[in-house]
Design a protein around this ligand. Structure first.
Ligand SMILES: Cc1ncc(C[n+]2csc(CCOP(=O)(O)OP(=O)(O)O)c2C)c(N)n1
Ligand SMILES: [Mg+2]
Length: 563
């Protein structure tokens, strides 16, 4: 877009100025891409140019940055690394994280002539982006950048891909009349708070107030909207218990008396039991997907349901609704809070008693694991130590598989100021995502929980964290194997496995603390459960990247979901 009174400038100058103008503090990449832009970033901005060991890790760092801060995370790759970067966008896409990926790409002058390293990368970005576009003319950089930030942050957020002409994006060296115009509204999520229709709010509120056993299922949309305080206030005013999706775990502290925990597949038994006892389920900012509903068994389809979402197409997708409210979660909850019939809470006294009992039964049932003194260490004990010792303002970042199950089910956030982010399915996401989260929020403690298989994926990024002094603390639940696979291989082998079968999911024992030390990080090895809390304290105080390697029991299996 040309706005007049412009002078000729290079694409690199404009791109650097726009990234700074949009509040980007870090970009994550493997070179060489947009080389001139990087030179201009150094000259014109304070943006940290974090040079990583792999494009997938760079995408995960941008994703962690975005989820922790609500600001778009930026990652980059040249043409040969583009598909590695695309692979890394899948988790951001699944989790609705605003990530902007920039790659080098084909030049019309030479395409189809077997250019070194070149294929058509654009189609590979299609399934993992909200917008997937090419910049062929330098003059299009300003408007396409604005559109990228607009799309990434608006509605349900998500990734965007921009391919710059030239295998390294050399279009950035060209000149045109351009203005580095920034729309500050789109520097963060949410840029808009669409207000709900009053009649829809009233219909949903009436149903909630009439219900005797209602429950809220809160998802990641509550975090994206920053609606946690309103959610808790409404739950308290009307006495409605709250379950969350795994993505929405920080919608309410686990220690709150109305919290029943994470519902679905990677879940806490009390949440599944409570949701399946409800006479009305209120979904807020959740896609009601397979993971959150344990493949639509919790709650059963046909359970009376209402839903609040910012995306019209989400309303009623998986559960027929008695009422649907389109709008920003915070705006909808605030509208409900303006007119609650608090006297209706009396109707739910028996339900709240039942919920307290369900909560208490869960803690009793798992007390022996949470407090386990076993050596090798029981993973539930790590979760319990984290519940007690993670700082008030921490960001907790968790990998998938057993890591997601252990922490989703066994760990409690104990403060509304704590945040929780989880892999939406990719093993190996959490460690680089934690580096991105710490880059975005350097003043907040970042505590990562991953299995050893998850940590192996991007272990080279320990060196990146050290080089940039990005001081996340990573706890490795180290059982020398991809333990979550055990049950599946037990089944495949018709019961107990052979030693040969264990080759499919076990590794050589490795001391990650020593490896981390070799790369310049603080490494602490913990072999006794009493060592977990002091190790965490030492790592947080060190103010440099730290890896706590916890030797755990390979036979411990996380509880599976109850339907
Ligand atoms: C990219 C990717 N590949 C494969 C998987 C399947 N998977 C889930 S958990 C897991 C093993 C996890 O091992 P580890 O991180 O050591 O945790 P543990 O189960 O041992 O606690 C695998 C292979 C996955 N989720 N993501
Ligand atoms: Mg393991």
């Amino acid at each position: 877009m040309q706005l007049g009174h412009n002078q000729k400038r290079t694409g690199a100058e404009v791109l650097a100025d726009m990234l700074a103008g949009y509040g980007v503090s870090h970009v994550f990449m493997v070179p060489a891409v947009l080389r001139r832009t990087f030179a201009e970033m150094e000259r014109r901005t304070k943006i940290a140019r974090v040079h990583c060991h792999g494009e997938k890790a760079a995408a995960y760092m941008a994703d962690g940055y975005a989820r922790a801060s609500g600001k778009p995370g930026v990652c980059m790759a040249q043409v040969i690394g583009a598909l590695n970067l695309a692979a890394g966008l899948r988790d951001a896409y699944l989790a609705h994280a605003p990530v902007i990926a920039m790659t080098g790409g084909r030049d019309p002058k030479t395409k189809f002539r077997k250019v070194y390293q070149e294929v058509d990368d654009v189609p590979a970005f299609e399934p993992v982006t909200k917008m997937n576009a090419t910049i062929d003319d330098v003059a299009r950089i300003p408007d396409m950048m604005r559109q990228a930030f607009r799309v990434a942050t608006s509605g349900a957020p998500g990734p965007v891909h921009l391919q710059f002409r030239g295998n390294e994006g050399q279009v950035d060296v060209e000149e045109a009349e351009m203005e580095a115009l920034v729309e500050t509204q789109f520097t963060h999520v949410p840029p808009f708070r669409p207000q709900p229709e009053a009649a829809h709010v009233k219909a949903a509120l009436d149903l909630l107030q009439k219900a005797e056993r209602p429950i809220v299922v809160a998802g990641g949309g509550v975090r994206a909207s920053g609606a946690q305080a309103e959610l808790v206030a409404l739950a308290e005013a009307l006495q409605i218990p709250v379950a969350t999706s795994l993505n929405g775990k920080d919608a309410i502290p686990g220690t709150h008396s109305l919290s029943v925990g994470v519902v679905g597949s990677y879940s806490r038994e009390s949440a599944n039991r409570a949701v399946n006892r409800a006479d009305l389920v209120c979904f807020i900012g959740t896609e009601t997907g397979g993971m959150t509903t344990h493949f639509w068994a919790v709650p059963k389809i046909g359970t009376p349901a209402i839903q609040i979402d910012i995306e019209p197409e989400a309303l009623g997708r998986n559960y027929p609704l008695q009422a649907g409210v389109l709008g920003d979660a915070k705006a909808v909850l605030a509208a409900m809070l303006a007119q609650p019939d608090k006297s209706s809470a009396a109707r739910r006294a028996a339900w709240i008693k039942e919920i307290s009992a369900i909560r208490a039964e869960w803690y009793e049932k798992y007390e022996k694991d949470l407090a386990s003194d076993a050596v090798p260490i029981h993973p539930a004990r790590i979760c319990h130590e984290l519940t007690q010792h993670v700082p008030e303002d921490a960001i907790v970042v968790v990998d998938t598989g057993h890591a997601g199950m252990w922490m989703g089910g066994m760990y409690d956030l104990h403060s509304a100021r704590q945040s929780y982010m989880r892999s939406a399915g990719h093993l190996g996401w959490a460690f680089p995502a934690g580096i991105g989260a710490k880059a975005a929020c350097p003043e907040r403690p970042v505590v990562v929980f991953t299995g050893d298989a998850g940590f192996w994926y991007h272990i080279g990024e320990v060196e990146t964290a050290v080089r940039w002094n990005i001081a996340s603390v990573t706890i490795v639940n180290n059982n020398s194997g991809g333990n979550q696979s055990k049950r599946g291989f037990d089944r495949a082998y018709g019961g107990e496995q052979t030693a040969k079968a264990r080759e499919l999911w076990t590794y050589n024992p490795t001391n990650f603390a020593r490896l981390a030390e070799d790369m310049g990080a603080l490494g602490i090895r913990v072999e006794h459960p009493d060592g977990i809390a002091p190790a965490l304290a030492q790592a947080l105080a060190a103010r440099r990247p730290a890896v706590i390697d916890v030797a755990t029991d390979i036979e411990a299996l996380a509880p599976t979901a109850v339907a």
